[in-house]
Write a protein that binds this ligand. Structure first.
Ligand code: AMP
Ligand code: MG
Length: 328
């Protein structure tokens, strides 16, 4: 089965074409364009306009790269939520159009679960705790009693959003995460920051405010270093507790912030110290991408799920644990 997946929950519009052959996932194409605001944060309407503008050429590029004739596409998958309304609606409109045009079934995919499923198939881990760290989302997810359940999450902003907002304050362009990672490598001194773990949840906005206050007093490299150490250790702590609670021996990373080497090192050390293993897919599958939507669409469809046209209304606040998971 060949699935074409459209991702468009936030800043990235992506098209992936994926083939399933038994348990194997072959990515035939995975193309994307990222909206980068000139100043300020993501403006949902402008991001949606960006996606609409790039969709036709992206589709052409993905079809060319895959070498698959359009009539060989069996399924159209799209990210139905969670995400920014205008962006989700743009991706959904493209998906509906393709489905009607090609007379192929549609599947609306939960974006967070797609990060987990592409990680599972590409790294070979089977039943992991997912530490999902992206711009808008930060969640610790694992499969239990028939569903993917959220064991911990941010109470305010996503970790990526925290990094991007701090980056904007110090004059870095979006996305700031990679630049902060570079600056943090030159950090020598840890500046005290609030450590905000509340039960199984985390919060970042207080840490962000504290970093903004430190700007006049401390070296930028030291603040970046302290910001990373604090936030990443908080994330490792809640992820470890989820592993202990669920008795799972694998931890999987997902989301753009997982491109960060320091986060990977911290989580790998945590896993090794408890006799567990840490997995992460290649960077292009960590960030938002169409291939993960295409793949999860196949898993869903082959277990009997189709999203009827009338049910393709996007779900901005779609929760991970709302999804039935008959494929596991
Ligand atoms: P996503 O929303 O999953 O596509 O990921 C985008 C987020 O990942 C943005 O907030 C980026 O700043 C962040 N990001 C990307 N690369 C890195 C990195 N090397 N370190 C930290 N954050 C990163
Ligand atoms: Mg994401």
């Amino acid at each position: 089965m060949i699935s074409l997946g459209i991702e468009g929950t936030a800043h990235t519009i992506g098209i992936g074409i994926v083939e399933r052959d038994r348990e194997n996932c072959t990515i035939l194409a995975n193309c994307s364009r990222m909206y980068r605001p000139e100043k300020g944060g993501i403006h949902p309407r402008e991001a949606a306009n960006h996606h609409a503008h790039h969709l036709p050429s992206l589709l052409r590029q993905a079809m060319d790269e895959s070498g698959v004739p359009i009539e060989d596409i069996d399924l159209i998958s799209f990210s139905i939520g969670p995400g920014l309304g205008p962006c989700l609606r743009t991706a959904a409109t493209a998906a509906r159009t393709l489905s009607l045009l090609l007379k192929k079934p549609l599947v609306g995919v939960n974006h967070c679960i797609a990060h987990l499923e592409i990680g599972r198939v590409m790294t070979g881990c089977t039943d992991p705790v997912l530490l999902y760290v992206s711009g808008g989302n930060t969640q610790v997810i694992a499969f239990m009693e028939g569903k993917y359940r959220v064991f911990g999450e941010t109470l305010d902003i996503g970790i990526g959003n925290c990094l991007d907002k701090f980056g904007r304050a110090i004059g870095l362009s979006f996305p700031a995460g990679p630049e902060i990672e570079k600056l943090a490598k030159e950090g020598k001194h840890y500046c005290s920051l609030p450590y905000s773990v509340k039960g199984m949840d985390v919060a970042f906005s207080g840490i962000l405010t504290a970093c903004l206050h430190l700007m006049k007093k401390e070296r930028m490299e030291d603040i970046c270093y302290s910001l990373q150490e604090t936030c990443f250790c908080m994330l490792a702590e809640v992820a470890e507790r989820a592993m202990a609670h669920t008795e799972k021996e694998e931890i999987l990373l997902g989301g753009g912030v997982a491109c960060n080497r320091r986060l990977r090192d911290i989580v790998t050390t945590m896993a090794e110290e408890r006799g567990a293993k840490c997995f992460s897919p290649p960077d292009e599958l960590l960030v938002d991408n169409g291939a993960m939507i295409a793949w999860t669409g196949i898993l869903m469809h082959e277990s009997g799920i189709t999203t009827e046209l009338a049910e393709t209304k996007v779900k901005q606040n779609y929760r991970t644990d709302e999804v039935d998971v008959p494929w596991r």
